[in-house]
Design a protein around this ligand. Structure first.
Ligand SMILES: [Zn+2]
Length: 81
């Protein structure tokens, strides 16, 4: 589970998402599929709120370890802000 705190902690993920430009599709509310266009790898990102804090979960290796990954940044739309 990735805790989404300040933008600063997510900077690397956001920058990577901006350059990788993965394809994001909404699977259902709060659930996204993120596809790496270069490799075709698809990961599922889920977003949730717990006690007022936002979390994301991604099925990639970094996400499984609780590290902010660019899939989560892309899915949440952080790249547009
Ligand atoms: Zn990921």
């Amino acid at each position: 589970m990735i805790q989404l705190t300040t933008a600063a902690t997510l900077t690397n993920a956001i920058n990577k998402a901006r350059s990788a430009k993965p394809r994001v599709r909404v699977a259902k509310f709060g659930r996204y599929t993120v596809t790496n266009k270069a490799t075709g790898a698809t990961y599922t990102v889920e977003c949730l709120k717990r006690e007022g804090k936002r979390f994301a979960h991604c099925t990639c290796k970094a996400g499984e370890r609780g590290q902010a990954c660019y899939h989560a940044a892309a899915a949440i739309g952080l790249t547009s802000s």
